[in-house]
Write a protein that binds this ligand. Structure first.
Ligand SMILES: NC(=O)c1ccc[n+]([C@@H]2O[C@H](COP(=O)([O-])OP(=O)(O)OC[C@H]3O[C@@H](n4cnc5c(N)ncnc54)[C@H](O)[C@@H]3O)[C@@H](O)[C@H]2O)c1
Length: 257
């Protein structure tokens, strides 16, 4: 498949599990990919993997919560590859594990800054560039936590509900410009983020988390980042030309248990 020949994609959180898999998937289908992350080393690794597919890759160090840095990653994409067709708004953090009355206020703010404001800023600053191309596709990474209760993760759950809300608003406002906005809602996916949640929940024995969680996943396993990347690529592509404002669960049905 080469659904992204002559297309330019930006992926945020591209140094992490899902962002890296999405970057490589889009690149393997022909996109020139700009990998954005706050972690320089992980960007370099992702850019090498993008280039290993034969596609063009470029890295930009940016904090998605800082407006000028978001503007800069969009501008650097235009300067490097002449435009933007796809934004995968994926950077996010898990925050802490605590009952809502014990949730640290600074951590609550940080989770909302990155997971909500970062997604809004990405959409805000990419719109003009997509209008110049006559349209585009934005895929926001929400979560199954955006459609269900998240006991011990109040800020994270709130942030992902917000991403789904912004996705709907974006679809309505930007539809007339030919810009589609959708969200993916992964369940429990095998990345650094889950390692962190496992360790915070059961510091003595993180394996306990896996033992307690697997029975609640009808498919009986964690998902893999490459599986999320496949859905992101579909939504970003012209195959999904009539899909906008949608939030797709990809969670092995954990949200139904
Ligand atoms: N892993 C899961 O189970 C799971 C489930 C549902 C949703 N998600 C969502 O998927 C997205 C990717 O998560 P992941 O599992 O790949 O985790 P990850 O920790 O591997 O990747 C997240 C990436 O975001 C980057 N990042 C964090 N703050 C940033 C900032 N301010 N500016 C720029 N980059 C920043 C990190 O450096 C990291 O590379 C997140 O939005 C997460 O909430 C993950």
């Amino acid at each position: 498949m080469a659904r992204f020949l002559n297309k330019v994609a930006i992926v945020t959180g591209a140094g992490g599990g899902i962002g890296r898999a999405a970057s490589v998937r889009l690149a393997s289908e022909g996109a020139a990919v700009v990998a954005v992350d706050i972690d320089e080393e992980s960007i370099s690794k992702t850019v090498s993997l993008i280039q290993a597919t034969g596609a063009l890759g470029h890295g930009v160090l940016a904090d998605v919560t800082k407006s000028e840095q978001v503007e800069n990653y969009v501008q650097e994409t235009i300067d490097t590859f002449d435009g933007v067709d796809v934004l995968v708004n994926n950077a996010g953090i898990e925050g802490q594990i605590a009952m809502l009355e014990d949730c640290d206020e600074k951590m609550f703010d940080k989770v909302l800054q990155i997971n909500v404001k970062g997604v809004w800023l990405g959409m805000r600053h990419v719109v003009d560039a997509m209008r110049l191309r006559g349209g585009g596709s934005i895929v926001n990474t929400a979560s199954a936590a955006g459609v269900m209760a998240t006991p011990t993760m109040v800020a994270y759950g709130a942030s992902k509900h917000a991403v789904i809300g912004m996705t709907k608003t974006g679809a309505v406002e930007l539809g007339p410009a030919g810009i589609r906005v959708n969200a993916v809602c992964p369940g429990v996916i095998n990345t650094r983020m889950m390692r962190s949640i496992e360790e915070m929940t059961f510091p003595e024995d993180p394996e306990e988390f896996i033992k307690a969680t697997i029975p609640n996943i009808p498919l009986g396993r964690y998902g893999e980042p490459e599986e999320i990347a496949g859905l992101i690529a579909f939504l970003a592509s012209d195959e999904a030309a009539y899909v906008t404002g949608a939030s797709y669960l990809i969670d092995g049905a954990i949200s139904k248990t």
